[in-house]
Design a protein around this ligand. Structure first.
Ligand code: PMP
Length: 287
């Protein structure tokens, strides 16, 4: 199979991308699969438009027009059709942000995107699997995609887009709430709230990552006889809190003084935080 990678046509097995590619590290990229039958494309313009919209949303500038893509894809078909006699060829297109040595959620500037495409046999649906012949048996589930935040997935696109939103306003994190207006976590941190000396944090479920620092802080405080309530926290309660903290391996326990332009408490780091960070440093190796 001859593939396309960053301007070159080469055997698929010789195609190499950097492990620092953000498509690999963050799922920071866009793809399309375009079916072709005897060299004819299905929905070519619609595929191009959808890919363009996705790349624009991610601020990835690949510089490839639909005409250039057509030339690339036509060549992939002609290079590969000998090995794919069944006349139906699928085309996979993938543009990721590219490789960057800096470990940072913000979109890096000035790195060339990784552009990859290859052709693969694309069998037409068999009669016995066609819906009008037999019918498919399917499952039914609540849609939890993009909400399975308890999994520490490399597909961080949702996280980095939230982070980027705050970053572009000069802020250091983005706190998140669910459809019920309850705080879940931040783009790469867990959250704690203090009101009238009571410390609270959202309970663990699919909506947030079970942070190691979160757990260590709860244990550290418990060993000092300080209880943390794990309960839902509304957006209103967050904004009315005396203190807000973020926890993560890199931040440890970080006090927050402003959320969405609203000052938290007196706008300085609170007394409870002083106590908590001490408890954390005394106990952080407990587990
Ligand atoms: N939530 C999210 C979404 C994160 O990416 C992170 C950092 N891995 C955290 C919370 C904090 O987790 P930890 O304390 O294990 O670093």
């Amino acid at each position: 199979t001859i593939a396309y990678l960053n301007g070159e046509y080469l055997p698929l097995e010789d195609a190499r991308i950097s492990p620092l590619d953000r498509g690999f590290l963050y799922g920071d990229g866009i793809y399309e699969v375009i079916p072709t039958y005897n060299g004819r494309f299905v929905g070519f313009n619609a595929h191009m438009a959808r890919m363009r919209a996705g790349l624009d949303a991610l601020q990835i500038r690949d510089g490839l027009t639909a005409d250039v893509w057509k030339t690339i894809l036509d060549r992939l078909i002609s290079e590969n059709k000998q090995q794919m006699p069944d006349a139906n060829i699928g085309l996979y297109l993938h543009v990721s942000r590219g490789a960057d040595i800096r470990r940072h959620h913000a979109f890096p500037e000035g790195i060339p995107p990784t552009v990859f495409a290859y052709a693969f046999p694309f069998p037409a649906p068999q009669p016995e699997t066609r819906a009008e012949a037999v019918g498919l048996q399917v499952d039914l589930a609540e849609d939890l995609r993009w909400q399975r935040c308890n999994i520490k997935s490399t597909s961080l696109l949702g996280n980095i887009m939230h982070y980027q939103q705050g970053h572009q306003r000069g802020l250091q994190e983005t706190l998140l709430y669910n459809r019920d207006g309850e705080i879940t976590e931040a783009s790469s941190s867990n959250v704690f709230v203090v009101k009238n000396k009571q410390i609270m944090t959202p309970p663990l479920d699919h909506q947030l990552l079970s942070g190691i620092t979160r757990m260590l802080l709860i244990e550290s405080l418990a060993s000092q006889g300080v209880e943390v309530l794990q309960q839902p926290i509304s957006r209103e309660a967050l904004l009315a809190a005396d203190e807000v903290w973020l926890t993560s391996s890199s931040k440890e326990v970080a006090p927050v003084t402003e959320v969405g332009g609203k000052t938290i408490g007196k706008g300085d780091v609170g007394a409870c935080w002083q106590m908590a960070i001490q408890a954390y440093h005394t106990n952080k190796f407990i587990l």
